[in-house]
Design a protein around this ligand. Structure first.
Ligand code: ADP
Ligand code: 5GP
Length: 216
């Protein structure tokens, strides 16, 4: 995650929980380096009522990352203790590190009427869907693996060996894209951001087919 302030922006909630609205989860997944952070940075300031879920991780911070904004950086020992205490809404091991979403954080924001944007991997998405079946799931694709390699190199936070590892993982992750409700290719940032905004705004409409209960 290269852009520290990208994910934390949220607008003030106009009608908090007093309006009786319960928020909704929007799950974003993509192979590392595809551009999730870049896209989140673009869309969050344009969305009312949306909070970014700051994950917990045992991986060390990258240069420029800020604890509490990009991630909550915690030790392996603390993370495992929180697994035992059933603290996580979902968690997964990605590239030898733990990543997780706090159930309390999610439930607090949902109860306050916020929608929440989660940047999590495929395993995390599966857990969220089984716990919150109304969640909207979006997979972001790189235009090609060659483009993905260039983006990882451009980001400059990984050694060559780590980039090869990430590309192998990307192939496995891309194979799971049809488990998601929506697939967006991040070819040009602004185009992909507009598509992402459209998916989110459309899913928020009460007459969106996915929000209807069918009586047959
Ligand atoms: P992720 O959060 O998915 O790991 P980042 O948002 O950190 O990915 O993006 C990885 C790199 O790719 C960054 O250097 C970013 O500027 C670049 N990037 C993101 N989207 C695009 C795009 N559509 N075209 C070209 N480069 C991009
Ligand atoms: P990075 O280390 O590049 O920030 O993230 C690596 C991967 O971990 C990405 O695929 C990202 O979506 C995923 N990830 C980040 N936070 C979480 C989380 O809380 N839960 C899960 N399951 N995956 C996460």
């Amino acid at each position: 995650m290269t852009e520290p302030d990208a994910k934390n922006r949220s607008k003030k909630l106009p009608n908090s929980s007093a309006g009786g609205r319960t928020g909704r989860l929007f799950v974003l997944s993509a192979p590392s380096g595809t551009g999730k952070t870049t896209l989140c940075r673009r869309i969050l300031p344009r969305l009312e009522n949306m909070r970014f879920s700051v994950s917990y991780t045992t991986r060390p911070p990258r240069p420029g990352e800020i604890s509490g904004k990009d991630y909550h950086f915690i030790s392996r020992q603390v993370f495992e203790e929180m697994i035992r205490k059933n603290h996580w809404a979902e968690w997964a091991k990605v590239y030898d590190n733990y990543y997780g979403t706090s159930a309390k954080d999610i439930e607090r924001d949902l109860a306050s009427g916020y929608d929440i944007l989660l940047d999590i991997d495929v395993n995390g998405m599966r857990q969220i869907i089984s716990r919150f079946p109304q969640s909207v799931t979006i997979f972001i694709m790189p235009p090609s693996l060659e483009d993905l390699r260039h983006r990882l190199e451009k980001r400059g936070s990984d050694e060559a060996g780590v980039i090869d590892k990430r590309l192998k993982a990307a192939t496995r992750e891309i194979a799971c894209r049809y488990e998601y409700g929506h697939i967006i290719v991040n070819d040009r940032v602004e185009r992909a951001a507009c598509q992402l905004l459209a998916v989110i705004e459309n899913s928020r409409q009460p007459n969106c087919p996915e929000n209807q209960e069918y009586k047959l």
